[in-house]
Design a protein around this ligand. Structure first.
Ligand code: ARG
Length: 473
């Protein structure tokens, strides 16, 4: 049997089977420092309300500071604790240090406004750090894009060869996606910027706490304005998980593209040993497990979002214990997303691109058909008719077993008479095709170079040189 914060009217202890379902300390322990931060602010809020003296508040703050340093050194007291949750754990520790004064800290406060506040504080820190992780991956992709701004490869639609693009252009496509992910997460952070503390269990605290000052002390823009909503709002967790999910979806698209490009069928990418794996049976294998995991982990983050959507659907106001289910799903989504961003960066830093083979691939499969139609358009043929005629030219080229630039004179005279005397092979080089896409957002080499340097400038200072690659976030 453990001592509970709410034990007053209970005589027997919890059944151990229920106790273990009920306890959240094993996972909400990661809010321990936020719980301390919120508790210090609350002590000062109570001081302002005349509930605690200046000396009381200072004593509580000092004791909480000691608890923080002890836990920074060693968290084993959490492992050993039988407390129900992180809030009970901190209160127990505080009371062990300052006696009855520790028991006064919970005046006018509930674990309901406490947990809502702790979670927002935690998420705020995570959001700041994930921006750096996204920036680091973007920087790695921009470096690849700079190096390969002029390296052509087939671009695909429907996974059929379509038109040449540069590998740099493709890398920058993921950079754009990630920029939106970072922005989406920032937006979620801005909407989350209201402080629930002082909402009490549901109806607002009964003590004259200056909630705006409390919000300011905890770094929030303002106090949450409805206590019922404040203690039971988990929108921010949902939004952030959705932000994680779109980032993961984007990583999965990059993963799929690169898995394909590294296959022997495409054969233009090769991943380094740091991110490749072998087969226990087939000695020749070199498998892209890192990318397959990026692709596969999306399901896990999607599952976490679904968990919280389902847990919050139809919940009556205000707090319900269902809400405790937010944390494991949320933390897993956050951890998975960060781990995948980091692995994606490692892959981007350890990949080699085979320029010759990729360029050769742009020469097979009539990727120049659109440009050939454009040559007809330049000679006055309406595009729709040019499209038809080049379709016939493609059939002729297939029948002759050649590319469009090498069509026989007979076939050219039949469907492309306007182009008599034009050096088609010279007009339809991959370089010429890239050069024609010289438009905002196009794949012309100079456009890609300019986009890469724009991003490089934009990302300056947004990469986490100071974050260790294995460090926890
Ligand atoms: N461990 C709880 C949670 O994570 C804290 C809030 C508990 N409140 C309550 N009234 N039981 O949601």
């Amino acid at each position: 049997m453990t001592t509970k914060l709410w034990g007053g009217r209970f005589e027997g202890g919890l059944h151990p089977i229920f106790d273990s379902l009920n306890r959240s300390l094993p996972f909400d322990r990661r809010l321990v420092f936020q719980d301390i931060e919120g508790s210090v602010a609350w002590a000062h809020g109570l001081k302002g309300a005349g509930v605690l003296s200046e000396a009381d508040a200072e004593q509580i703050e000092a004791a909480l500071g000691e608890i923080r340093s002890e836990l920074e050194q060693d968290e084993s007291s959490i492992d050993e604790s039988v407390a129900e949750d992180v809030h009970s754990f901190i209160e127990e520790k505080l009371t062990a240090k300052v006696g009855d004064l520790g028991k006064r800290l919970h005046t006018g406060r509930s674990r309901n406004d406490q947990v809502a506040t702790d979670l927002k504080l935690y998420l705020r820190g995570w959001l700041a750090r994930v921006q750096m992780e996204i920036g680091a991956l973007q920087s790695a992709l921009v470096a690849l894009a700079e190096e390969h701004a002029d390296a052509a490869l087939p671009g695909y639609t429907h996974l059929q060869r379509a038109q040449p693009v540069t590998f740099g252009h493709q890398c920058l496509a993921y950079v754009e996606m990630l920029a939106r992910d970072a922005e989406r997460l920032r937006d979620a952070g801005a909407r989350m910027d209201t402080c629930p503390l002082g909402s009490g269990a549901l109806a607002g605290t009964a003590y004259p706490v200056d909630r705006e000052a409390l919000a300011g002390a905890l770094g929030f823009g303002r106090a949450a304005t409805n206590s019922l909503d404040a203690v039971s709002d988990r929108d921010h967790a949902l939004e952030i998980m959705f932000g994680c999910l779109t980032a993961m979806l984007h990583l999965s698209r990059m993963a799929e593209d690169w898995i394909f490009l590294a296959s022997q069928e495409a054969g233009v990418l090769r991943f380094g040993d740091t991110v490749s794996t072998g087969s226990s049976l087939m000695p020749q294998k070199r498998n892209p497990d890192a990318l397959e995991l990026l692709r596969g982990k999306v399901g896990r983050v999607h599952g976490s979002l679904t968990t919280l959507v389902t847990a919050t659907k139809g919940l009556p106001l205000a707090y319900n214990k269902d809400m405790q289910e937010d944390k494991e799903a949320l933390f897993d989504a956050l951890d998975t997303t960060v781990a995948c961003l980091r692995v994606a960066k490692l892959v981007a830093e350890d990949v080699t691109f085979d320029r010759e083979r990729a360029l050769a691939a742009t020469r097979v499969g009539h990727l120049d058909a659109t440009d050939l139609a454009d040559l007809l358009v330049a000679r006055g043929v309406p595009f729709r008719e040019a499209h038809d005629r080049v379709g016939a030219a493609v059939n002729a080229a297939i029948a002759e077993g050649v590319e469009l630039g090498d069509l026989s004179d007979g076939a050219r005279d039949g469907v492309l008479p306007e182009l008599a005397g034009v050096d088609l092979a010279a007009e339809l080089t991959t370089a010429a095709m890239l050069r024609r896409r010289d438009v905002v957002g196009g794949t012309a080499v100079e456009r890609v170079r300019a986009a890469a340097s724009h991003w490089k400038e934009n990302l300056r200072g947004k990469s986490p040189a100071h974050l260790s690659e294995t460090g926890a976030i």
